[in-house]
Unconditional design. Sequence first.
Length: 80
Amino acid sequence: MKREMDIIRLISEVTRIPREEIPSDTQILNSNIITSLSILELMAKLEKEFEIEILPEELIADNFMDVDCISRFVQMKTGS
């Protein structure tokens, strides 16, 4: 749960949308919440926050579709 809250905070920072308006099932990529440039900013924030490296081939819709997908991706990358 904490990981999801951290991810929502990062999405809020990138998009300037208040946290409470970003439920975990929000379709981030399909709802125009985030632009192609913003996804790169989010990726950089995720790397720093969770001390992971996101490879170019991992930047796919399945990993960044919504908060739950991002959380599972981060979990896979951190092993926790």
